[in-house]
Ligand binder design. Structure first.
Ligand SMILES: [Zn+2]
Length: 277
């Protein structure tokens, strides 16, 4: 029986996009869950890893979004380690990275890595990897919050889960990829799977508990209702009315920009407007 792994969350101080990565420390090494968005945050994550004084065994990715893979180059820092994700996550990152470069370079400048590192080791749904008898099992969700998502379960009793962005836990959410129906379906599948005392280590904020499934479902449904109810004869007013409705539902600015980035894409998807954002 191995001793319990220690779970460290980074960055220590949460701000900006509130992105989390995790270092799971086992007896002989460290397994990273995701990287961070910016070069300097990911460099600090690498420094934290080196402070633990153990080698990096692997990186596990929870989904295909750039705020979670963009810092891989700094995190692995030339180490020859597997970066593990389902093939669908690997393919999505390779497919969308040029487009993410176009969006993120103007926003972040040199803080968006000039050279990105992609996952290099595919894994099938339900398969596990083990380090010092600490087991990580992947769930290949397919499209959900991003075009391809892959939470990881730590251990055999399914009580600790690296959930990625399936729950945002009272921050505004990104819905622009348009897979809200699959996301809602996955919420019910995941809700049924994990025990009521499960701990969810999530991609922004947290940790969360299964009590947050209801909130996450209501957030998505409230957003869809707000987009549908808006008067799209005036796209600007429609945008403002969705923002006002979502701020009524969740009176915080945290990650509001992700929600605002989602309004026009979802309106187009629902056939409400053909106007470009
Ligand atoms: Zn994220």
């Amino acid at each position: 029986m191995a001793s319990e792994p220690a779970i460290h969350r980074y960055p220590g101080k949460q701000e900006g996009a509130f992105v989390n990565a995790y270092l799971v420390e086992t007896e002989s090494g460290v397994i990273a869950i995701d990287s961070l968005l910016t070069v300097s945050e990911s460099r600090a994550l690498r420094a934290a890893l080196e402070e633990l004084g153990k080698p990096l065994h692997a990186v596990l990715l929870t989904h295909s979004h750039p705020d979670h893979y963009g810092g891989l180059t700094e995190l692995v820092a030339g180490d020859d380690v597997p970066i593990i994700a389902p093939q669908g996550v690997i393919d999505t990152i390779a497919r969308d990275d040029d487009e993410k470069e176009q969006i993120l370079r103007p926003m972040f400048g040199d803080e968006w890595a000039a050279e990105r590192t992609f996952p290099n080791t595919p894994i099938h749904d339900g398969d596990s990897v083990s380090f010092d008898n600490v087991t990580f099992t992947v769930i290949d969700l397919g499209p959900s919050e991003s075009p391809h998502d892959s939470p990881w379960i730590l251990g055999q009793d399914e009580r600790v889960v690296f959930l990625g962005d399936q729950i945002y836990d009272h921050k505004h959410c990104f819905l622009a990829d348009g897979f809200h129906q699959q996301w809602l379906d996955n919420i019910e599948m995941l809700r049924a799977r994990f025990p009521s005392d499960a701990v969810f280590h999530i991609g922004h904020g947290g940790p969360a508990s299964p009590a947050s499934w209801d909130w996450q479902r209501r957030y998505i449904e409230t957003f869809l209702e707000a987009v549908l109810a808006a008067d799209w004869s005036s796209p600007q007013q429609a945008h403002a009315s969705v923002v006002a409705e979502m701020k009524r539902f969740l009176p915080t600015d945290e990650l509001q920009f992700l929600m605002e980035l989602s309004i026009e894409p979802v309106a187009r998807q629902l056939g409400l407007t053909s106007v470009a954002a």
